[in-house]
Design a protein around this ligand. Sequence first.
Ligand code: INI
Length: 162
Amino acid sequence: MIVYETSEDARGLSFAVVVSRFNHLISAKLLDAAVAELGERGASSDDIHVAWVPGAFEIPQAARVLAASGRYAAIVALGAVIRGGTPHFDYVCRGVTDGLREVMHDHRVPIGFGVLTTDDVEQALARVGGDAGNKGQEAARVAIEMARLIPALADPPAAESK
Ligand code: INI
């Protein structure tokens, strides 16, 4: 049996973090937690590159360019889309989720998805250090794990000989 190894060790890996300015209070808390998580798991601060974009809708375009550069083991996408009274929310949510999924599949670069999509500010605050943890930290941890796993899947270990 082969079990693909992964780990949450970020040492020696480079990360790009794309974060949207819209709802900055929330985004900044996501960013702080993501960067802290990458650092605590061993990433050097020189290997963490942050790109701010205006809103969540712009995250996939920036992520695509970063992914295509080949410089990063993984990308962490951070933002907060908060429901207003119009269908705009749905279009922004769809744009960012579909867009990031396409980037991930096209470039085989893992993306930790830390874009909140909530009904109100209270729900968002609960997810940046409140009752529901911090989704920036989670997204960073997932990015590390997938950065270790995906290359291993592409280059499987030899089966043990008997
Ligand atoms: N962008 C967000 O990141 N969060 C939001 O809640 C939001 N709302 O509610 O409108 C939002 N809109 C801006 C959008 O992401 C684009 O920046 C804008 O449409 C320009 O392309």
